[in-house]
Design a protein around this ligand. Structure first.
Ligand SMILES: Nc1ncnc2c1ncn2[C@@H]1O[C@H](COP(=O)(O)OP(=O)(O)O)[C@@H](O)[C@H]1O
Ligand SMILES: [Mg+2]
Length: 277
């Protein structure tokens, strides 16, 4: 199987202004190795602030690569914005936590989906219309949604549009950064099912960033655990979740039962409310 993503020794430093004239660096990611094969799902888990989004942003060129290397489909990314580099970057697309982050509030669904087809694929208007219809079908939306703007859509529909835009130019890797954490539980399941179905139909690889270990267990082949900017453990998902080798992974997993207890307590409260108690 060929690799769609190979990260070696990635380090991400953000410049932080500490005084009027002085600046220092904040190291968000340290020496990260990560490989994703075609069609594979790799989950990146870890508490907030552990560096997950910084890894994702470095892959798509939105965070600085201070050390190490990132290759997409065996093509090494360098820091120059060459034409070839832009070609390579098209093979990876990102879906953000807040669909608002990937959608322009002023643009209709039609404009949002047409833009990458026009500017990146250089399709003519007839081919664009056909592709937009196809994309709507793939993500479970219809022609009636084309004229809507993001605020005229539900959260789940917005995330479907963001996914449609991400897959529009046929990437081989889609990075999903907590794609369901802003959604209601029932809608979360629909979006996860949609991502699974698209993966099978389009042979996509996913880098799936999440702190929902239930979802990670359901969809990820491999799970990598991040803590304080480093990957502390990587392995087949079942092995990592059922027989963690690292102390931090064990701590992360032991936090889950309490969340499940809270969820069932909430269900009890909901039951008593609906029973009129
Ligand atoms: N643009 C930025 N400038 C400076 N520091 C940042 C920036 N983005 C993130 N950080 C810091 O980098 C660390 C990792 O953040 P992030 O990658 O967003 O973690 P996660 O996605 O796991 O919550 C945090 O300490 C965060 O405050
Ligand atoms: Mg994040």
């Amino acid at each position: 199987m060929s690799d769609v993503l190979t990260i070696r020794g990635l380090t991400v430093d953000y410049p932080v202004r500490s005084g009027l004239l002085t600046s220092r660096k904040h190291r968000a990611v340290t020496d990260v190795d990560l490989t994703i094969s075609a069609g594979q799902t790799v989950a990146l888990v870890g508490e907030s602030g552990s560096g997950k989004t910084s890894v994702a942003r470095a892959i798509v060129g939105l965070a600085p690569i201070s050390a190490g290397s990132i290759a997409l489909s065996d093509q090494l990314l360098d820091r120059r914005g060459s034409r070839r580099l832009r070609q390579i970057r098209r093979t990876v697309q990102m879906v953000f936590q807040q669909p608002g982050g990937s959608l322009d509030p002023r643009m209709s669904v039609a404009d949002t989906l047409e833009e990458p087809l026009h500017y990146l694929m250089h399709l003519n208007s007839r081919a664009i219309r056909a592709r937009v219809s196809e994309l709507l079908g793939l993500v479970g939306l219809g022609q009636q949604h084309l004229t809507r703007r993001p605020r005229e859509l539900s959260g789940g529909q917005r995330q479907r549009v963001a996914i449609a835009r991400a897959i529009a130019i046929s990437p081989s890797l889609v990075i999903c950064d907590e794609p369901t954490s802003s959604l209601d539980v029932s809608v979360q399941a629909q979006i996860i099912n949609l991502l699974s179905r698209l993966q099978q139909e389009l042979h996509l690889a996913y880098l799936f960033i999440s702190h929902d270990l239930g979802v990670v267990r359901q969809i990820a082949d491999v799970t990598a655990v991040m803590h304080l900017g480093r990957i502390v453990e990587t392995g087949p998902t079942e092995r990592v979740l059922d027989a963690p080798r690292d102390d931090y992974t064990r701590a992360l997993l032991s936090a889950v039962p309490s969340i499940e207890r809270e969820a069932s307590a909430m269900t009890d409260t909901a039951k008593s409310i609906s029973a009129g108690e």
